[in-house]
Design a protein around this ligand. Structure first.
Ligand SMILES: Cc1cc2nc3c(=O)[nH]c(=O)nc-3n(C[C@H](O)[C@H](O)[C@H](O)COP(=O)(O)OP(=O)(O)OC[C@H]3O[C@@H](n4cnc5c(N)ncnc54)[C@H](O)[C@@H]3O)c2cc1C
Length: 394
């Protein structure tokens, strides 16, 4: 096997290590058979076939008794006011935790999406609850606007992202909830409640991490900024250098984050900074290259040689070259994550972040814990939403 042939860009590296984690134990195989496929789902009391539900990673599953996608707010109100069923709201199913599974009715706002009421003076717009962040980014761009900050991916719905304090990175930038100026909820009894820091302010302060527990979030007014371009730069550095420079780099760049590779001697730093449109090359930013071939190679390698995990990860990391990409903010923000994983997240006060990460990495090495999935370390500015992981604390 010739590793020199693996195109080890940063993106590929993150993918390969993810694959190693899968190959290291969580992947299950599906046996082939000639049997006629069974009908999936159930037929409910209304004679409708209802498909089972699963989240993005597949670790959360359920068999709802109904699935409803209202065409407009009136249909949603009728549904809620009928009081016939217990309802769980579904965004795009990207949460790893059990926020969605239900035996009852799953409701999605997939038909209530897009932006409205664009105010070019204040850069404020309304976002309908079912709008995916990717659609939000592109519709804003058409209006000469951009979101202030964004998560790793842009597949989530706006309401789902706000429900969990979804965040990107940036010492001076809050989570996506921090961009929300006001919201409208339709309660379980079908009442409409608008909230902002000055109207129903308790509801507003709860709404920034609502976990789907406050009713249906049908729309939000958000603060945006004039459209901007980004330069992304990533580079591999020795682990200790990464830990020591993190705080300083987070002050120097609009966005700074690092990916620590367990069992390796390396940390990958990644910065994003605003640049003038003239600095951006005409071609759109290039993605992750020939990832699948390389994916299979490294996956197989770790599967057959789990004892060589440390060597493989270190060798892979040592071949990563610095990489720079330019593009519009939606192009650079929206990463592709097409290898399934499960993730957990902890928040610690910003000043203790690097020390905490150092101890986690030491523990993994010392106890030879079989994990090679990158640990992503980010900065988020404090906010004042009640259940927020960043409540009054960066
Ligand atoms: C590949 C991947 C990358 C990720 N990257 C990041 C990241 O960079 N940063 C980060 O912070 N998180 C990240 N996440 C986590 C993700 O952003 C959150 O789990 C987010 O909540 C998912 O949004 P969703 O639209 O899929 O909501 P869902 O998971 O479908 O739902 C989340 C919650 O919102 C509720 N809900 C949804 N819509 C409504 C509505 N209209 N009204 C009321 N309640 C509603 C649901 O009931 C549920 O409680 C990532 C997840 C994945 C799978």
């Amino acid at each position: 096997m010739n590793f020199d042939r693996i195109p080890l860009s940063r993106r590929n590296l993150l993918k390969y290590t993810a694959v190693g984690a899968i190959a290291g134990g969580t992947l299950t195989s599906t046996a082939c058979s000639n049997n006629k496929p069974k009908e999936v789902g159930i037929v409910n009391a209304d004679g409708k076939r209802i498909l089972p539900w699963s989240n993005w990673s597949g670790n959360q599953n359920c068999q709802p008794s109904d699935r409803i996608v209202p065409r407009n707010e009136d249909e949603l109100l009728t549904l809620l006011r009928s009081g016939n069923q217990k309802i769980r709201m579904l965004g795009s199913g990207h949460s790893f935790s059990g926020l969605i599974p239900t035996d009852h009715t799953l409701v999605s706002l997939a038909r209530l999406r897009g932006i409205e009421n664009v105010d070019k003076e204040t850069n404020q717009v309304d976002v309908l609850g079912g709008t995916r962040l990717s659609q939000l980014g592109s519709e804003l761009w058409d209006q000469g606007l951009s979101v202030i900050n964004m998560s790793d991916i842009d597949s989530q719905t706006f309401s789902g992202a706000v429900a969990t304090s979804t965040h990107g990175t940036g010492r001076d930038l809050q989570s996506i909830s921090g961009q929300m100026l006001s919201s409208r909820f339709v309660t379980a009894s079908g009442d409409i409640l608008d909230c902002s820091p000055t109207e129903n302010s308790d509801l507003y302060h709860a709404s920034g991490n609502h976990l789907g527990a406050l009713g249906v979030m049908t729309r939000s007014r958000i603060q945006t900024v004039p459209a901007y371009h980004l330069k992304e730069h990533s580079w591999m550095m020795p682990e200790e250098e990464g830990l020591e420079t993190a705080l300083e780099l987070s002050k120097q760049h609009r966005h700074y984050e690092m990916f620590a590779l367990p069992h390796s001697k390396y940390i990958l730093g990644l910065t994003l900074d605003k640049v003038a449109a003239e600095e951006v090359p005409a071609e759109p930013p290039v993605g992750s290259g020939d990832a699948y071939e390389a994916f299979r190679m490294l996956s197989n390698a770790i599967d057959y040689m789990p004892f060589a995990r440390r060597w493989l990860v270190n060798y892979g990391a040592s071949t990563v070259k610095p990489e720079t990409r330019y593009g519009t903010s939606p192009e650079i923000f929206g990463n592709l994550r097409d290898i399934r994983f499960n993730e957990m997240e902890y928040t610690v006060p910003a000043e203790y972040g690097p020390q905490c990460l150092r101890e986690v990495l030491e523990k993994i090495k010392k106890d030879n814990i079989p994990v090679i999935f990158p640990i992503e370390a980010r900065y988020v500015k404090a906010d004042d939403f009640w259940l927020s992981p960043f409540y009054k604390r960066a």
